[in-house]
Design a protein around this ligand. Structure first.
Ligand SMILES: O=C[C@H](O)[C@H](O)[C@H](O)COP(=O)(O)O
Length: 228
């Protein structure tokens, strides 16, 4: 989607609104992407005002931003748990999500799923009646042909993710490739999520089923919160 001024404002409102849920002493999961970045910056502001929290980044990008924002950064194995995670989404339908537009969904899923409370932040363009965006599937590079075959067996059409300004495929923070898999409308995301999870060679897919607790959608001048 084109990042219009309106959508930028909406993302900012959503991110900043979700950041108001961050309280002193919390361990906070720091999501990836342009909307979660607004939440990270807002947490940085709160830290400069005296808030004491630790952040668990979900990607190289969110780690760098957290460091710039003076948020103490920790890994999952250094904390007893995550109190709250704030993360974006590429598509939202009926509380279920597709994530991984930035290829960060594997770490995001671990952090978001382990959090006591997972807040999704988005602009209105992310809402859909039915999930129908391509599903990002992070795959071991050596397993690509096998996974592609299995995806086709499931009725999907995989396409290796590449970037405009990089020769060769996009490589994730974990050293893997991403297959963007077109399935058309996904009527039963839970079934597809289970099927994808069982494929050997798949590290993680971008279907986040029954993980979100709240969805904060910003508009140019307001935020709506859906509790699930
Ligand atoms: O891998 C990336 C993540 O799942 C992002 O949270 C997702 O792509 C949404 O990003 P944005 O807020 O920039 O639309």
């Amino acid at each position: 989607m084109k990042n219009t001024g309106g959508s930028r404002k909406a993302k900012r409102r959503a991110g900043e609104h979700a950041a108001t849920a961050v309280e002193d002493g919390m361990v906070v999961g720091l999501g990836t992407g342009s909307t979660a970045a607004h939440a990270i910056r807002a947490i940085g502001d709160k830290i400069r005002d005296g808030l004491d929290v630790e952040g668990v980044p979900t990607s190289f990008q969110s780690r760098q931003l957290a460091i710039e924002e003076e948020i103490p950064v920790v890994d999952l194995d250094e904390v007893p748990g995550v109190d709250l995670a704030i993360d974006g989404a590429d598509q939202i339908a009926d509380g279920q999500l597709i994530k991984g537009g930035g290829g960060a969904h594997a770490r995001e899923k671990v952090v978001d799923a382990t959090a006591d409370r997972f807040l999704v932040v988005a602009d209105p363009s992310k809402r859909a009646e039915t999930l129908d965006s391509p599903v990002p599937v992070e795959t071991l590079p050596a397993a690509r042909p096998v996974v592609e075959r299995e995806i086709r067996e499931l009725g999907g059409e995989p396409s290796l993710r590449s970037a405009e300004r990089k020769d060769g495929p996009v490589v994730t923070d974990n050293g893997n490739v991403v297959l963007d898999c077109e399935f058309g409308p996904i009527e039963t995301p839970d079934t597809l999520a289970e099927q994808l999870s069982t494929l050997p060679g798949v590290v993680e897919h971008g279907l986040f089923v029954d993980l979100a607790d709240e969805i904060h959608v910003g508009t140019a001048d307001d935020v709506t919160v859906e509790r699930l």
